[in-house]
Design a protein around this ligand. Structure first.
Ligand SMILES: [Zn+2]
Length: 261
């Protein structure tokens, strides 16, 4: 049972208790208002923090004593940064995971193929990554996921099961779409905040918060992503951290197996 369902049941139980208890204590509608506000606050928190698995179970890290982590890059493919990022990852012999936006991948077919051919993993990050993605209805969300899934398949021949919710926000509607399509939701345990902090501050945060088993969130669209990633990879190497793919970290198949007729 999801955390959301448990909280809904607790809410109903509290309402019944309050109303039933009205025989024994002085009844006030304010109590209903208070617990409703509390319920709403919990639902908002559950939506915003993917790690809480509130509406949807997401893989955000693993518990391990081994110094292994996975690097993920969102919001690409980016015409300028992604090719340079691929060269850099080659230099370090590192395989990463790219959560691509369908609309961008459609314009960067060669780049998408290159990511795959170099042995990195591809994940679905919606088709438009629209600002109001989380307000879309079930059918629109389902289509966003399917369009990107199909596009990746047509260009690379792989059927990725990995999906990362845009902005890391989860809702009951998104959970339904992801579960119906049988996708695996991938979150993160370390958000670099590379899109809103200076490169120095980003690197400082990455270094201070890196833990064994972490899934790290970065973006190919960040202006200084090459420098940030190079410095981070050097630090990881110096500190004996091994960078593996999300599939290796989670010990999980993330692509649909090829079906032979
Ligand atoms: Zn994103």
């Amino acid at each position: 049972m999801s955390a959301n369902k448990i909280i809904n049941l607790v809410y109903l139980y509290l309402l019944l208790l309050l109303m039933g208890g009205g025989w024994f204590w002085e009844w006030s509608w304010w109590w209903v208002v208070y617990i409703t506000l509390l319920l709403m606050a919990l639902k908002i928190l559950g939506s915003v923090f993917i790690q809480l698995n509130f509406y949807l179970i997401s893989h955000c890290s693993i518990k391990t004593g081994e110094r292994t982590i996975a690097l993920t890059f969102d919001d690409g493919p980016d015409e300028n940064n992604t090719p340079r990022l691929l060269d850099l990852l080659d230099q370090f012999g590192v395989k990463a995971t790219f959560f691509v936006i369908g609309q961008k991948a459609k314009k960067q077919r060669a780049l998408l193929k290159m990511i795959h051919n170099k042995g990195h993993l591809l994940g679905n990050h919606s088709y438009t990554h629209a600002r109001f993605f989380d307000l879309f209805n079930f059918w629109r969300m389902r289509n966003e996921l399917l369009w990107t899934h199909e596009l990746i398949y047509r260009i690379t021949g792989i059927k990725t099961l990995m999906f990362r919710p845009p902005y890391g926000v989860t809702t009951p509607v998104l959970a339904r779409a992801v579960n119906r399509l049988g996708y695996i939701s991938i979150g993160w345990s370390l958000r670099s905040l590379d899109t809103c902090r200076t490169p120095d501050k980003t690197l400082e945060r990455l270094i201070s918060k890196t833990q064994p088993g972490a899934i790290v969130l970065l973006h190919d669209t960040t202006t200084n992503i090459i420098d940030i990633t190079r410095n981070y990879l050097e630090w990881l190497q110096k500190n004996q951290f091994q960078v593996v793919s999300v599939s290796q970290l989670l010990s999980m198949e993330v692509y649909e197996p090829y079906k032979t007729q």
